[in-house]
Design a protein around this ligand. Structure first.
Ligand SMILES: NC(=O)c1ccc[n+]([C@@H]2O[C@H](COP(=O)([O-])OP(=O)(O)OC[C@H]3O[C@@H](n4cnc5c(N)ncnc54)[C@H](OP(=O)(O)O)[C@@H]3O)[C@@H](O)[C@H]2O)c1
Length: 380
């Protein structure tokens, strides 16, 4: 029996991870959950799931019995490192996941990681935490899980390239001029996946794929030159690995995140899953296109940041997180998201990221630069 902590249990991934735990009462028992701002759904989860520990960002307004309720950042890091926990599902969104990730890895946990921002920003620190502790990282992101599974079939030095698939988001076929006035509501309508709002927006701008290029590089230790992106609107092939003999291994399934979540938790074993089986005969048309970098500059910027290293990936991510907040608040236009990221990267003086403080400083700088961009735009 593995004891599981789900960090970010109220989110899209967190709720699906709970479903996986419920599906396998013989394998998993829920030890802890955490959430940030959704108090009512969090209280409902405590009531329904009865975890041993529940961590919220502030004191809850209602008393809860039977569960040890804690609050604040330190309580979150402690839950990630709790000696009773075997598997941490990291389903928090944004760079806020970095400290709990480091905490869990240093304590030797298996981390089923959905969060990509922490890997993009904390690459070297995560690597070090893996080296010093007994922790292990198992990818949950469907594309990274697909790569992980395809890589299990060959030797590393036989790999020619990793091929990340991308749905292309809801605006894949729209001319760029039409993207200017996209509203948050339109941006959140993802064609194939149902996800949290930040990642849905990132899929529409292709920032998500940019983050995934960097995430794949961090997870599997391949340079950008060996990572390719292919647009595949049906989201049936989740990613592929091309080997040097010309063989391409692909990972296919229905678009259901419970599958990669579960595999990260049960690896190296495969268990029956709540996901519907894939009926390929009902999906006769699987198509693939090379992405147009000029239409989606977010992708090119990610490759450039990966190559530049240092604080550039942190700024790419931090600027994007801030721009997303401003877009949802109606203070930035859709195309201004990538423009503000580019603005921040142009002004950032790149330097090595030696520790968490350096990363958080670069993240803060990126956010301030986006605010500056927004003010200059609005004053025009
Ligand atoms: N959704 C998907 O299908 C999918 C697929 C692949 C990868 N991912 C990655 O998985 C992560 C989670 O995505 P999601 O779609 O599940 O996001 P989401 O629905 O927005 O959920 C985010 C979760 O994180 C918590 N949270 C937010 N800010 C926090 C903070 N500052 N400190 C602690 N907890 C915080 C939220 O709590 P409250 O709700 O209480 O605020 C919520 O439980 C992201 O990094 C995303 O890129 C998601």
């Amino acid at each position: 029996m593995k004891h599981v902590a789900i960090l970010g249990s109220t989110g899209s991934i967190g709720r699906q991870a709970l479903d996986v735990v419920r599906t396998h009462p013989d394998l998993f028992s829920l030890y802890g959950i955490s959430a940030h701002s959704s108090e009512a759904p969090f209280l409902a989860q405590i009531e329904a799931e009865r975890p041993k520990v529940a961590v919220f960002s502030r004191p809850l307004s209602t008393d809860v019995s039977g569960t040890d309720v804690r609050w604040g950042d330190q309580a979150l890091y402690d839950l990630a490192a709790d000696p009773q926990v075997d598997v941490v599902v990291l389903a928090i969104s944004g760079i806020a996941a970095l400290t709990p990730l480091l905490s869990a890895l240093k304590a030797g946990k298996r981390v089923a990681i959905a969060n990509k921002e922490s890997l993009v920003c904390g690459g070297d620190l995560v690597k070090k935490a893996l080296e010093v502790g007994e922790g292990e990282l198992l990818p949950v992101d469907s594309e990274q899980s697909a790569l992980f599974q395809c890589l299990e079939n060959g030797r590393r030095d036989e790999v020619e390239k990793l091929i990340l698939t991308a749905s292309g988001g809801p605006f894949f076929r729209r001319p760029r001029e039409e993207l200017k006035n996209i509203t948050p509501e339109q941006a959140l309508k993802h064609p194939t996946w149902s996800m949290g709002r930040k990642i849905s927006l990132d899929s529409a701008t292709l920032m998500n794929k940019g983050l995934e290029v960097m995430e794949a590089s961090r997870l599997f230790d391949f340079p950008g030159e060996q990572i390719e992106v292919l647009i595949h609107p049906q989201s049936v092939v989740h990613s592929m690995v091309a080997y040097r003999d010309g063989t391409v291994m692909a990972n296919l399934s229905t678009a259901d995140m419970r599958l990669p979540i579960q595999y990260a938790m049960t690896w190296p074993r495969r268990m029956p899953s709540p996901a519907a089986p894939l009926k390929l005969w009902e999906r006769p048309e699987l198509t693939f296109f090379k992405p147009d970098m000029a239409r989606f500059p977010a992708l090119q910027m990610a490759y450039d940041c990966l190559k530049a290293g240092g604080g550039c990936p942190v700024v790419y991510n931090g600027a994007n997180e801030r721009a997303a907040e401003l877009f949802f608040a109606g203070a930035l236009g859709f195309l201004e998201i990538e423009e503000s990221v580019s603005f921040a990267l142009d002004r950032f003086r790149n330097r090595p990221m030696r520790d968490l403080e350096d990363i958080l400083a670069a993240d803060g700088e990126a956010r301030r630069l986006v605010d500056e961009f927004q003010k200059t735009r609005r004053s025009k």
